[in-house]
Design a protein around this ligand. Structure first.
Ligand SMILES: [Ca+2]
Length: 192
């Protein structure tokens, strides 16, 4: 008796499986996600310093193509670069516009492709003083710290890509210190 009961049970199981196999009806489905944690990172890979030397009050000096810094996106997403004067040297002030004054200098910045040729004519060519670097963090755009004459800007730089950063310095019209001053411009990153 036990042997026959077992045979019937096997037969019933076989019938139950038949409709699924014949109709391809799935009873479950999978949704697979892929995710990468955003990483923002940059490195100044070329010309991190600029020694201007002695100049007369009010002089405007623009970095040459061989003096400009090179900024690389080392993150894994497109990046927008920001600029800020973070150290004015202790005595001087950072001008908020394109006019220098007593103990007050103007720092300008324009991003371009590393191989571009950027000159003083590429600065502040849009609405006004948009390429003046402030003492607060300011984001790049196609025009802010950018030039129509450049073939790249700092608004959206792909991972591993680099851009050049040309600085322009307008010396104070007069200075109460005659010793060498050190001014720092800081490049930051945002997700573009
Ligand atoms: Ca501009």
């Amino acid at each position: 008796m036990k042997h026959r009961w077992g045979w019937i049970a096997v037969g019933t199981l076989g019938l139950a499986l038949c409709p699924s196999a014949a109709g391809d009806a799935a009873l479950t489905g999978d949704v697979t996600l892929t995710v990468t944690i955003q990483s923002l990172s940059m490195t100044i890979t070329g010309n991190p310093s600029w020694a201007i030397g002695a100049i007369t009050p009010g002089t405007v000096v623009t970095q040459t193509n061989s003096q400009r810094a090179v900024v690389q996106n080392n993150g894994n997403v497109h990046e927008r670069f920001t600029l800020q004067v973070t150290n004015a040297g202790g005595t001087w002030a950072v001008s908020g516009d394109a006019t220098a004054g007593a103990d007050e200098f103007v720092m300008g910045g324009v991003f371009g492709a590393s191989g571009d040729s950027v000159t003083s004519g590429n600065f502040n060519e849009s609405t006004g003083n948009e390429d003046v670097i402030q003492n607060v963090v300011t984001s790049s755009s196609a025009t802010v710290f950018g030039s129509a004459g450049a073939s790249a800007n700092g608004a959206s730089v792909a991972p591993t890509n680099s851009v050049g950063l040309w600085l322009q310095f307008k010396a104070p019209t007069s200075s109460s210190v005659s010793t060498q001053q050190s001014v720092t411009t800081t490049v930051g990153v945002e997700a573009a």
